[in-house]
Design a binder for this molecule. Sequence first.
Ligand SMILES: [Zn+2]
Length: 239
Amino acid sequence: MSLYRDSAVVLRTHKLGEADRIVVLMTRESGKVRAVAKGVRRTGSKFGSRLEPGSYAALQLHEGRGELDIVTQAETIESFRRTREDLSRLGRAASLLEAVEQLSEDRQPAPRLHDMLVGGLRTVDERNPPLVTGAFFLKLLAAEGVAPELDRCVGCGEEDGELALALDVGGVRCRSCGGGRPVTDEALAVARAVLGGGLNVALSLPDGSLTHEVESIATTALELHVERRLRSLQVLHDW
Ligand SMILES: [Zn+2]
């Protein structure tokens, strides 16, 4: 059995037996890894609370024989203390963890995804801006190469005039191409800013109907992508 070290965010945990837990990790070097943390649920465990969902830790792991590795050491890198004490932050952090779990592949190295997640959790902890989840989802889709096309009609390329939101076909559509649902110019502008280098402006917006609209666009786009991905995986397995 070989030992390796990596930094990781804990995405999710499940109970295992009386005292152990399976932890799903977004590691920096090895992608998504499932591992067993032995004795973690006993009082006085050497792991303490370092392997809870949202924990960011430096780990030492043993490569297991099957698909589960074994966590042998865990040191906190960042504790995100404010997040643990605040329901609004906890909810947003949980959305980030869930999105990364859905988009990451087992043992496919994705250092950028790991780093984005750490950055997102840090932003939640430090500032908790209203649009952090929505902006994170859009950035995640962009990193995957599947950001929605919000600048021009996906049917004909028209940039001017009234655009409607048609995320199921990949972005916005013009009036003559038809379809889609109404979207405000302001929400489109904010979503474009997130995708185009204006993240900090978007994150400074106060909570309100505009941030809610952008978050809804981002959530829908992410959900459609995850469904499409699950469907295409299903097709592969059916073969
Ligand atoms: Zn068009």
